[in-house]
Structure formats: C-alpha cells, structure tokens
Design a protein around this ligand. Structure first.
Ligand SMILES: NC(=O)c1ccc[n+]([C@@H]2O[C@H](COP(=O)([O-])OP(=O)(O)OC[C@H]3O[C@@H](n4cnc5c(N)ncnc54)[C@H](OP(=O)(O)O)[C@@H]3O)[C@@H](O)[C@H]2O)c1
Length: 217
C-alpha cells in the first residue's frame, strides 16, 4: 500500500516551476493559503534535495491554522546542509537516501532526531519508499517538487491528483514542471489526465487546474 498522492505546483505559462537562476516565487497570497490548507490536510510533504538547496523551504503550515505534516526529503547523496530549515524541530523530518550516502551524515541527521531511510542502489526507489512511508502512518502525501522528483513520481504512476496553478509569467528557460528523459508523443506517457476542475484563483490572474491521474496499466 502507498499513500494517496497529490502533486502540487505553480508554473509559468511556459510550464516552468523555476527560472534559469532558480527563482520560483510564483504563488500569489491566496494560492499560498490554499497550499497551506492542503499541507494541513496531509500526513507528509515531499520534496527533492535540490528544492531544499535552492529554496530552503520550511514546509510547515503557517498561513492557516493546522498541524504540520512530516517533511520528507529525497536526497540520494545527502547533499542538504544540516542547517536546512526543513530539518528544524517544528515538525518531524524523514530523509530518503541511498547506501552510497556518507555514513557520518546519516549519523549526524539521526542525532538531530531526523528519521533516515536508507535504500540500496544508486537511487531511492520511490514506490518502495512510498510503501515505507505508508507503513509509518503517512496515508496522504503532498509532493511539492522540484522538476526531477515530479517527473519520477508521474512517470512511475505514483500520483493520484495533480494540482497546477498557472501563473501569468513566462521564463523561457529554467526548470520545467517535470524534468526527465521525456515522452516522444502523447501516447507514450504511462498515465492520462482527467480534468476535475479549472478555477480562477481569487488573486485574479492565476488559474488552478485539478486533474485526476489515471494510470494506463
Ligand atoms: N514553482 C514551484 O511550485 C516549485 C516547487 C518546488 C521546487 N521548485 C523549483 O524547482 C527547482 C528544483 O528542481 P530540480 O528538478 O532541480 O530538483 P529536485 O527535484 O528538487 O531535486 C532533485 C535532486 O533530488 C535528489 N533525488 C531526486 N530523486 C531521487 C531519487 N529517486 N533517488 C535519490 N535522489 C533523488 C537528487 O539529488 P542528488 O543528485 O544530490 O542525489 C536530485 O538531484 C528549484 O529551482 C526550485 O525552486 C519550484
């Protein structure tokens, strides 16, 4: 069993989640409040190591009342710094890593109260990792990027709902919503998307699209 997975992202009209310099503050205040409402409803929020390195997010619930979900970081080589905000004591943190990661960094994280799950092989197998998170009580999980994590989650059919805020900006380069080898055509993706809703964000210029992700197999 794995958690129910929401993948949430704010994109520019050309599908970028960050500019070529890593700038990614795309959400308007209402959209941020909606994101925090969603965080308060799930048991875990997952990001990739590079999102921690570039954005240094807290991943806590601040713009609404509610409990903090566990923070989950996919970090195969344990590159995130020990003073990253995601490791603060405000909420539990789980780091998913590989057996190739430095053992002393594993020990340092554990010494800070962080739960470290170590997987054999060069990459964290995300399906197995999600099953481990489910066994730890995470029944609903919010994936908040970045592009490389988003690609793997979608390509491995591990997402149930996709919630995309299209913002009125264009970057022309940078990180896309999903960064991977890519699909040759519209048939190649292992999933199809069913539009559940399209709403104008209360801020005025943004559109929130919700899709159900249906695995083809
Ligand atoms: N607009 C938005 O809503 C939004 C949201 C989040 C992030 N962002 C932006 O997205 C950008 C980051 O995206 P990104 O694609 O560069 O990086 P990312 O997906 O955040 O992180 C990728 C890194 O995570 C680790 N990782 C991911 N999957 C792994 C696996 N299966 N096994 C082991 N390690 C794994 C790897 O680290 P190692 O290579 O060190 O092993 C990989 O390089 C940032 O600029 C951020 O600002 C935007």
């Amino acid at each position: 069993m794995r958690p129910y997975v929401y993948l949430v992202s704010a994109i520019t009209i050309d599908g970028r989640i960050a500019s070529r310099t890593g700038f990614s503050k795309l959400s308007c205040p209402y959209d941020l409040k909606r994101l925090h409402e969603l965080r308060a409803r799930v048991d875990g929020v997952l990001v990739g190591a590079r999102t921690v390195l570039v954005d240094n997010p807290q991943l806590t619930v601040r713009y609404v009342q509610g409990r903090n979900p566990a923070r989950v970081v996919v970090d195969g080589s344990l590159s995130i710094p020990l003073d990253a905000r995601v490791l603060s004591g405000e909420a539990p943190t789980i780091v998913l890593t590989t057996s190739g990661a430095p053992k002393e960094k594993v020990r340092a994280l554990e010494g800070m109260g962080v739960k470290v799950l170590v997987f054999d092989g060069p990459h964290v197998p995300l399906r197995d990792a999600l099953e481990r998170l489910y066994d730890m009580g995470i029944r609903a999980l919010l994936v908040e990027g970045g592009g490389r994590v988003n690609w793997q989650m979608l390509d491995q059919c591990l997402v149930d709902e996709l919630i995309i805020t299209v913002t009125p900006y264009l970057f022309g380069a940078g990180t896309s919503l999903a960064e991977g080898p890519g699909y040759a055509d519209v048939e190649e993706a292992p999933f199809r998307l069913e539009l559940l809703s399209a709403e104008r964000c209360q801020c005025g210029q943004e559109v929130v699209l919700r899709y159900r992700v249906i695995c083809k197999k």
